[in-house]
Design a binder for this molecule. Structure first.
Ligand code: ATP
Ligand code: MG
Ligand code: MG
Ligand code: MG
Length: 439
């Protein structure tokens, strides 16, 4: 992409309404524009990152054997009356009436709808196990929408639902989700720690929230610092192997890590003092096993091997896709701007032409652009007639991992400058070598 033809409305000034750094940088980098409180337009740069995250989520869900689909954003009130949640959900639910006075709502989550679908089509245990998911916009009329996309009212969520014959199978689905989430967050360059959370009115011990540690996080968390040494890495996993998935769960939940709702001071105090941590975190996902509650209410029953009709064991599992962008920026920035991890960067590399209009410099930039593109990479070429300082500031603000700077002086010696956004280090190389380093 040539910057002269792109739409990147960067702001020079710090927007007054932004209280935290990720919100500030997303506005300044021209990624989002607020439409109403907690509702945003995704401008091209923000949209690009959003799509990258969504793709990672899809790849990891499909790898785990989960099946993508898409349910609508608008749902009928009647479906929610069946589960008893239409009234229970309260003012966070946006309720709408159509021209025929039918009551509808903008979905805050999809347990009812997916259970209704499964109830309609699945009649035998032979169709199980089954995990369906979608990535769809949700609406929750949050009392205090704030921190940009972190706590929006309209936000993008991946929500998945498992349907199993037995509790044991459903707990395997739970473990499978835990593993796939660990992989997902790591690919985004994030450490998200599974923490024991509160299962709310449904009860049971089976829920974990995934938290990214950050001072600006809204949750208070308590953990044993040894947990931050764990990483999933590139190990191979057979998602059908119950024991393997269980072992990962045990490993990643073997250390004390809890949100304030489940925090137990006595247990916490058994950890050696130098490893006790009280901090703040951003909830970027949650997994849940809740048994047969929805299946019973919405009639998701199958005939088991013995011919008896039994309700399905279910769980639901969510990832806050749009919130993750805020979390990534909170975890990865400096005073000049964003520093994108390689896996999610909107463009792989920036090209800065120090003397736009100079035949040699223009030709060298065009050549670099073509070479990077031929390798399947996406460069962002700043081909505007601006001063170098302004171009550098924009590149630093939008945080691409690499910048190649091209100018007549370097070209005389056959070199360009390659700069790492993360370390700030620059080296002079031939254009060919620079391309090789970026790729
Ligand atoms: P929170 O405690 O932050 O209100 P939640 O527990 O209500 O979140 P879940 O129902 O668990 O949210 O939804 C799954 C994921 O969706 C959350 O882990 C979070 O990452 C994301 N999410 C929830 N609410 C919002 C929101 N208002 N804006 C952006 N993302 C959200
Ligand atoms: Mg909430
Ligand atoms: Mg929560
Ligand atoms: Mg939650």
């Amino acid at each position: 992409m040539r910057l002269s033809r792109y739409f990147l409305p960067v702001l020079k000034e710090n927007p007054a309404e932004a209280q935290i750094v990720s919100h500030r940088l997303m506005l300044r980098a021209g990624m989002i524009k607020q439409a109403q409180a907690g509702i945003y337009s995704w401008l091209p740069l923000g949209f690009k990152v959003l799509r990258k995250l969504e793709n990672i989520v899809h790849e990891e869900q499909i790898r785990a054997g989960h099946i993508p689909m898409l349910m609508p954003t608008l749902q009928s009130a009647d479906l929610w009356r069946k589960s008893g949640r239409y009234d229970a959900y309260g003012p966070e639910m946006l309720r709408i009436t159509d021209r025929h006075d039918r009551e509808m709502l903008f979905g805050p989550t999809n347990e009812e709808m997916i259970t209704d679908i499964v109830a309609n089509y699945v009649t035998s245990y032979k169709a199980l196990p089954l995990t369906l998911y979608h990535v769809q916009w949700k609406f929750r009329d949050e009392v205090r929408p704030r921190f940009g996309v972190m706590r929006g009212r309209e936000f993008l969520m991946k929500d998945g639902y498992n349907f199993d014959l037995t509790k044991e199978d459903a707990l395997h689905a739970y473990n499978r989700h835990l593993v796939s989430y660990l992989r997902t967050y790591e690919r985004m360059g994030l450490q998200a720690i599974p923490m024991r959370a509160d299962s709310g009115p449904i009860g049971g011990d089976y829920t974990h929230e995934f938290l990214v540690l950050a001072d600006t996080g809204e949750s208070e968390v308590f953990y044993d610092s040894a947990i931050t040494d764990l990483s999933f890495g590139d190990r191979m996993i057979d998602y059908d192997d119950h024991a393997q998935c269980q072992a990962v769960l045990e490993e990643f939940t073997s250390r004390y890590a809890r949100t304030d709702e489940t925090h137990d001071e006595a247990v916490f105090n058994e950890i050696p003092e130098e490893r006790r941590r009280v901090a703040r975190g951003i909830e970027v996902g949650q997994i849940f096993y809740f048994g047969t509650e929805y299946s019973e209410k919405l009639g998701a029953m199958v005939q088991g091997e013995d011919g008896q009709r039994v309700p399905l064991h279910m769980g639901s599992h969510g990832i806050g896709v749009s919130r993750l962008i805020g979390a990534i920026i909170e975890a990865s920035h400096d005073d000049k701007g964003i520093i994108w991890p390689e896996g999610v960067t909107p463009f792989h590399c920036g090209i800065v032409n120090l003397k736009q209009g100079d035949d040699e410099a223009d030709a060298a930039c065009d050549k670099l652009y073509a070479a990077l593109t031929a390798l399947g990479l996406e460069p962002l070429y700043d081909d505007r007639s601006e001063r170098a300082g302004g171009k550098f500031a924009t590149m630093d603000l939008i945080g691409l991992p690499w910048r190649i700077t091209v100018g007549p002086r370097g070209l005389k010696n056959g070199v360009v400058e390659l700069t790492s956004r993360k370390t700030g280090e620059s080296v002079e190389l031939s254009p060919e070598e620079a391309v090789r380093k970026v790729a």
